[in-house]
Design a protein. Structure first.
Ligand code: FNR
Length: 386
């Protein structure tokens, strides 16, 4: 697809594949191990069938709603994705700006390339910040204080990465920091000269939230070694309570797939939780997030807002998730494809695609307002997705 002919998220994906060095495109595109869960996330949405209604006045429509009490132009936020600044130079800054202009939240990863200070300063809307709890708790504490100082309006605490799952493509492509120099990797860069030129033109090429904030960690290889050893295998619910205390603002817990975990999340006082399997990048062999959603909703019984991510590729999927009971969804790869394809314009394009599809789908369900979407819009109000 050429830029003027883009009408779907898949078109953006194809264009990104042409423009981004293979190791970074594959890094975004792949899932863990056999990629079974990654595929299930997308596939299961298709089993949720919507009721078509006719002869309803649908002339006055709105997709606007709230997520954790904050206004959103549609029930969609951008998921935190590490190294987004490698899909396109200054990637996180450009994506956050596109989101602010559209009126949806941008969640910045702990492992972003641009620093949280730079992204927050460039965005006219407060960003959300995603935290990985590092073994170095003093670092985590300082990072939370920095997120507060930068006026981030929610903390998304990710719980499903105490250990990093394997992704075979990353190994095959020689993805490492800094990239290995051999014929394979040199070809990957040499065939994408525009990407290289833009990357050489920015100072943002390190992990901006970490670089300069940890002693003895300066260049890219010591940075990535530090990150690799900092994921905390001992993380537990007491630590989560400690994070909540440090932060003091709206807290969203990410990676809740199980009803028992949902109950624990309620106990520590989460304002919202994200039903997520990390986009099929962590526990391969678990169910799709949309299949897990009803169990989490049952466990929580309205005591916390429930969000979902994983496999959302169309506006139809947003409506399906909302009809099933999620207050909102997040998208990871779709916005990364947009970013890799066309920078800020590509992220805006992805948001426009989602919005247009959502609006038309809602209308053809005979609904004017996203707030009124519910199980009554489903052919089978309790679809079996396993
Ligand atoms: C992620 N995800 C992720 N999550 C998180 O909490 N912190 C992170 O740094 C990252 N990094 C990351 C990188 C890349 C390249 C991807 C694709 C994903 C997971 C992400 O927030 C989200 O859960 C999934 O992307 C949702 O699935 P979809 O929308 O990509 O299908």
């Amino acid at each position: 697809a050429t830029p003027d002919k883009i009408t779907t998220i898949d078109d953006l994906k194809k264009l990104a594949k042409r423009r981004v060095p293979r190791m970074f495109f594959d890094y975004a595109d792949s899932g863990a191990l056999t990629e079974d869960t990654y595929r299930a996330n997308e596939r299961d949405f298709e089993q949720i069938k919507l009721r078509q209604r006719v002869a309803v006045n649908i002339a006055n429509r709105s997709t606007a709603t709230k997520m954790i009490g904050q206004d959103v132009a549609m029930p969609l936020a951008i998921a935190p994705t590490g190294s987004a600044g490698l899909q396109h130079a200054d990637g996180e800054i450009l994506a956050a700006q596109a989101c602010a202009e559209f009126g949806v939240p941008y969640t910045l990863s702990t492992l972003s390339i641009c620093s949280l200070e730079d992204v927050a300063a460039a965005s006219s809307r407060p960003i959300w910040f995603q935290l990985y709890v590092m073994k170095d708790r003093e670092f985590s504490k300082r990072l939370i204080a920095r997120a507060k100082a930068a006026k981030c309006s929610a903390l998304v605490l990710t719980l499903d990465l105490q250990i990093m799952a394997q992704r075979h493509k990353d190994v095959r492509n020689g993805l490492s920091a800094p990239p290995k120099i051999n014929l394979n990797t040199m070809t990957q860069f040499a065939t994408k000269p525009l990407w290289c030129l833009k990357m050489l033109g920015t100072k943002n090429r390190q992990f901006g939230n970490i670089h300069g904030h940890v002693e003895n960690v300066s260049d890219l290889s010591s940075l990535s070694a530090w990150i690799g050893e900092q994921f905390d295998e001992q993380l537990n619910w007491d630590d989560i309570a400690w994070i909540k205390e440090q932060w003091g603002g709206p807290l969203i817990l990410k990676g809740i797939m199980d009803p028992e975990d949902a109950k624990m999340a309620l106990k520590v006082g989460a304002d919202a939780m994200i039903v997520s399997n990390h986009g099929g990048r962590q526990l391969d062999g678990t169910e799709s997030s949309i299949a897990a959603l009803p169990k989490v909703l049952d466990a929580v019984r309205g005591d916390s807002e429930i969000h979902l991510d994983g496999g959302v590729r169309t506006g139809i999927d947003i409506l399906r998730a909302r009809a099933m009971g999620a207050q909102g969804v997040y998208v990871g790869r779709p916005y990364l494809y947009g970013l890799g394809a066309m920078g800020k314009k590509g992220v805006t394009k992805a948001l426009q695609i989602f919005h247009k599809e959502l609006d038309i789908t809602m209308a053809l369900c005979g609904e004017n307002n996203i707030e009124n979407i519910g199980r009554h819009n489903l052919i089978d109000p309790n679809p079996r997705l396993l």
